[in-house]
Design a protein around this ligand. Sequence first.
Ligand SMILES: Nc1ncnc2c1ncn2[C@@H]1O[C@H](COP(=O)(O)OP(=O)(O)OP(=O)(O)O)[C@@H](O)[C@H]1O
Ligand SMILES: [Mg+2]
Length: 237
Amino acid sequence: MTSSPSADTVTTPTATAKALLTATHLNKTVQVGEQTLSIIKDVNVHINAGEFVVIMGKSGSGKSTLLGLLAALDYPDSGTVELAGQMLSSLDEDALAAIRQRDMGFVFQSFHLLPTLTVAENIAFPLDIARQPNPARVDELIEAVGLGHRRDSLPNQLSGGEQQRTAVARALVSHPKIVFADEPTGNLDEQNADQVMQLLLDLRQQVGSALVVVTHDPALADMADRVITMHDGQVES
Ligand SMILES: Nc1ncnc2c1ncn2[C@@H]1O[C@H](COP(=O)(O)OP(=O)(O)OP(=O)(O)O)[C@@H](O)[C@H]1O
Ligand SMILES: [Mg+2]
């Protein structure tokens, strides 16, 4: 489990060499009372560098659980996740935290902004905790998401759309290799949802990040490079 195939990933000129993230034979169970429920069943996923992948499927089909496993926010019972040649499944929490900081961005349905930090401070947060402050980059992102006039506001002084635009800027500020988003527009009205999604796609294009989005929005699926459909804990297509 601890051996790293990074040399292969870098040097072998095969189709797999392009894969940024490779998840193999993922299984996840949860204990509900006496019962052990299998909620992710032998799932294999690969995401290429810069690719835009949408995950769809009915409520309860395992989309959020899968996203959590791919982002190493949650441990599988078995199976592996490899990101850019690093076997995430074999790393401890500190090492994972470092990779999340450096290589990953996150956007959640409920925004998850830090309530005591301003817009500018929330966006700067990933750079600050990585000890790579970059005020110019923060300013660039604030302008890109149209929040120049709100930079010193706290999250509870913002509309839902403004909060999610802040979260989008924060997710992309450190040029992550991959951004994970779980129903990022689920709490927004249609107009704000469109605007947030467009910003996410524009910024991701500029940064060159791969983007994995869980959504129920068929319009978004039409724009994706690839759609993964979950059904009852398995990848259907
Ligand atoms: N900690 C847990 N304990 C018990 N059951 C769980 C747990 N986490 C997830 N589940 C179950 O696993 C299944 C998949 O959940 P998941 O949240 O991944 O679904 P989802 O596809 O994201 O659904 P939604 O579209 O409603 O967000 C569901 O049946 C859910 O009830
Ligand atoms: Mg979900």
